[in-house]
Design a protein around this ligand. Structure first.
Ligand code: ADP
Length: 457
């Protein structure tokens, strides 16, 4: 609907009447003087009347023309501005003389029109690009108004709900089966069945305002394929490690059992046959123990309980764990006073694993190069406030990370008696607390730095 024209007759009352008064009042003294001169002069009556009439009518006509010309210019500029407001930039005021006040005003209005036209064009192009991007996205995008009625849906949303957008717009979230997505955690992964797809979906929800009213943006991403790929890779990694570990135990058990069987069949038996049998059985028993430890470790990793969060001081936690390391001197650098909401036992376990790994790494180097100087601490733990919460770093002076690819693969170990679950468990604990754990070689010297980031609440 076109915007009502801003210029109305009624608006003449103020400025227009003032203008009228000015065009009358300004020539009035001269006009009166002329009339007085005519009437006191030696003229005949009819001349006096005629001259007076001509003067009055003439000045009235001039004042009217002046007033209308000025008002006409203003009315034209007003119409140009009104057209601009309606998005019509084709009408432009004539601006030949920029020194003239009205001409300068017309120039400014033309410049304003150019700027507005460019801005409007930019906005139209940007929103067209946005609309195309939204349409082409793989994720289903919905926007709901404050009554939870659907206001926008892209092509992926049509596919998810298996209906054309015309049949979706205006319907409530309940009618579309999306009610549960608009409640609860704003970002989560859920298993759902939609008319057009079923499986695991990532849900992200956020609020925004349109026309001053609250709206909700809902993005639904189909995670099934990505999760299946991840799952397959995780299984492959796990089977590789499990196969390696089982082989490590079963191969010697099988070989020793074969030797023992041959020994039992031998007649006469060698003199030390009893010793051979004892050694063989001891080896079978030790491999069986190793296998059982491996299975226990696997169970620990698979059944990590959800964190039981309590407030805990970061400084106390770090000092307590550092005090437990007795093989290698460990220094704690002072840090800010911070409190975490976390599972005390799990975080202690996490830091114990990191410090133990650091000590193992230091001992590995020192065994080659000679003992540890007790005045120097080859392990340093420090913490600081970060953008997300707190960052704890465990630095060591070991050999550093040779190959970072498998570090967090369960059961990967380079140590003769290692279990290979320490870092996997640490990462699981960190992620269960909404945090992150990374390990990398130090750049300032040989050694490794483990960085643990945790949100404060
Ligand atoms: P484990 O300690 O039983 O081997 P982890 O999962 O804790 O199991 O560690 C896996 C592997 O990561 C270790 O065997 C080691 O090769 C490497 N690693 C861990 N921490 C460090 C470190 N601070 N310096 C060098 N290598 C490390």
């Amino acid at each position: 609907m076109p915007t009502p024209h801003p210029y109305r007759k009624a608006t003449r009352v103020g400025f227009h009447r003032q203008l009228m008064r000015c065009t009358w009042i300004l020539p009035l003294p001269g006009l009166l003087a002329a009339i007085v001169l005519i009437w006191i002069g030696p003229y005949e009556r009819w001349i006096q009347w005629t001259a007076t009439s001509v003067l009055v009518l003439g000045s009235a006509t001039v004042s009217y023309i002046l007033r209308e010309r000025f008002a006409y210019s203003l009315r034209t500029l007003t119409n140009v501005i009104a057209a601009m407001r309606d998005g019509d930039f084709s009408i432009r005021p004539h601006s030949s003389n920029a020194k003239d006040p009205l001409g300068a005003l017309a120039c400014e209005i033309n410049a304003l029109g150019d700027t507005l036209r460019e801005q409007r064009l930019g906005a139209v192009e940007a929103s067209a690009l946005l609309r195309t991007a939204i349409e082409e996205m793989d994720a289903a995008i919905f926007t709901f108004d404050e009554h939870r009625r659907l206001r926008l849906a892209n092509r992926a949303a049509e596919r998810l709900l298996a209906r054309p957008v015309e049949q979706l717009l205006g319907r409530t979230a309940g009618e579309l089966g999306l009610e549960s997505c608009l409640d609860g955690e704003p970002a989560r992964v859920i298993s759902m069945t939609f008319p057009g797809a079923l499986g695991r979906f990532g849900i992200r929800r956020s609020g925004f305002r349109q026309g001053g009213r609250p709206h909700q943006l809902l993005v639904v991403t189909d995670l099934s394929r990505a999760l299946r790929d991840e799952e397959r890779q995780a299984w492959q990694r796990l089977l590789r490690v499990l196969g390696h570990e089982l082989n490590n135990s079963l191969a010697p058990i099988k070989s020793v059992a074969g030797s023992l069987e041959t020994l039992c069949r031998k007649d006469p038996k060698p003199n030390d046959w009893q010793e051979d049998i004892r050694d063989g059985l001891a080896l079978i028993s030790s491999r069986a123990d190793a296998l059982s430890r491996f299975m226990q470790a696997y169970a620990t990793l698979a059944r990590l309980p959800a964190p039981n969060r309590v407030p805990m001081s970061v400084g106390d936690w770090i000092h307590r764990v550092a005090g437990l390391e007795v093989r290698v001197p460990t220094r704690v650098s002072p840090g800010p006073d911070l409190t975490l909401e976390a599972d005390r036992d799990q975080l202690e376990q996490l830091l114990i694993n990191l410090v133990r790994n650091a000590a193992d790494a230091v001992l590995e180097v020192r065994e080659v190069s000679g003992g540890i100087d007790p005045s120097q601490a080859p392990i340093n733990i420090r913490w600081s406030r970060s953008a997300v919460g707190v960052e704890v770093c465990v630095e060591d002076e070991g050999p550093g990370i040779a190959n970072p690819t498998n570090l967090f693969v369960p059961f990967f170990t380079t140590k003769p008696k290692g279990s290979g679950i320490g870092l996997s468990l640490c990462r699981q604990i960190a992620e269960a607390h909404g945090g992150r754990l990374t390990l990398e070689s130090r750049t300032d010297r040989s050694g490794c730095i483990a960085r643990l980031s945790l949100p404060l609440s």
